[in-house]
Design a protein around this ligand. Structure first.
Ligand SMILES: NC(=O)c1ccc[n+]([C@@H]2O[C@H](COP(=O)([O-])OP(=O)(O)OC[C@H]3O[C@@H](n4cnc5c(N)ncnc54)[C@H](OP(=O)(O)O)[C@@H]3O)[C@@H](O)[C@H]2O)c1
Length: 271
């Protein structure tokens, strides 16, 4: 339990609600230590209903009531938000950003000198309390700020700490990563249908195979390569599939896709 602190979410949408309810469930904060603001009434109602916390229809109320402020609007709304509230921050606030692709230097430009910023890159499985997140420090953040942010994100994600230049690689691996797996599920469903399964059954089998394989990977403590070799008997069906993937250069194609995401992340961060 983090005592004597108040955490406020500016933008009380999907990610804020997931993180805030994770904090309550994990016992890190009580609902009365949490607040959310949003310009949308439905978002405020959903946040209050799910988290049991107070909400406000103006962002200044968060700065006034909270010493930890999570920026959780969409990245395209970041500049407008920071124009509006940036000068209201003081060094007593710890600013935690989940704005994808927005560098700490860009956030700091809107804040009074000396404000502490932690940037995070979460991913959407955080919505079900099973995310992966990376954290990095802005120029004035301290190690204890990082430790506090880690405690907050660990309520809904596995957390690593990186230097900010590595955030683009994180974005490419775990930020965009869920989409690669969904893409693979889509392709396997299509393959199953072509081999004669009804679409619903192909979808059910593919989904459960991913869920089960993911749990096995997480629970077994063994590497993906070892688990793959376990199910690949010489001359068997899995080997036929892996050979087909290798012949098409699938490993290189996926590594290229990760690289494309990292490059795009660097481009967006430079804008
Ligand atoms: N790595 C990832 O895969 C990942 C996944 C999800 C989210 N994220 C990050 O998480 C952040 C939030 O995403 P989300 O999916 O939770 O978004 P969301 O559900 O759209 O929530 C954002 C909320 O903020 C509101 N808002 C916009 N401008 C505001 C302002 N100036 N003051 C107060 N509220 C404002 C929005 O209202 P309107 O709809 O009216 O604008 C919306 O209700 C994003 O920055 C995104 O980059 C990252």
């Amino acid at each position: 339990m983090i005592e004597d602190r108040r955490i406020g979410f500016i933008g009380s949408g999907k990610m804020a609600t997931a993180l805030a309810s994770g904090l309550v469930e994990a016992g890190v904060f009580t609902p009365d230590q949490i607040m959310g603001s949003d310009k949308l009434a439905e978002a405020r109602e959903a946040f209050a209903g799910t988290v049991g916390a107070r909400t406000a229809d103006n962002n200044a109320a968060i700065l006034e009531a909270c010493d930890i402020v999570v920026l959780a609007v969409k990245p395209q709304h970041a500049d407008a938000l920071l124009e509006e509230i940036g000068s209201g921050f003081t060094p007593r606030h710890l600013v935690i950003s989940i704005l994808a692709g927005v560098p700490t230097s860009r956030i700091e430009r809107f804040l009074p000198d000396g404000c502490r910023v932690i940037r995070t890159m979460p991913n959407t499985p955080m919505l079900v309390g099973n995310g992966a997140a990376a954290l990095c420090k802005g120029s004035h953040a301290r190690d204890e700020d990082l430790a506090l942010a880690r405690e907050i994100f660990e309520s809904a994600a596995t957390v690593i700490v990186v230097d900010e230049p590595q955030i683009d690689a994180v974005t490419a691996v775990s930020g965009s990563g869920p989409a690669y797996f969904f893409y693979l599920v889509e392709a396997i469903i299509e393959g199953g249908i072509k081999e004669g399964l009804p679409p619903e059954q192909a979808a059910e089998l593919a989904r459960q195979t991913f869920v089960g394989a993911a749990e096995l990977l997480a629970a077994s403590g063994r590497s993906a390569a070892e688990l793959r070799k376990d199910v690949t008997s010489p001359g068997g069906t899995t080997q036929a599939a892996i050979e087909s993937l290798d012949a098409a250069g699938t490993r290189r194609i996926i590594a290229d896709a990760v690289r494309a995401a990292a490059l795009r992340s660097r481009e967006l961060g430079a804008q």
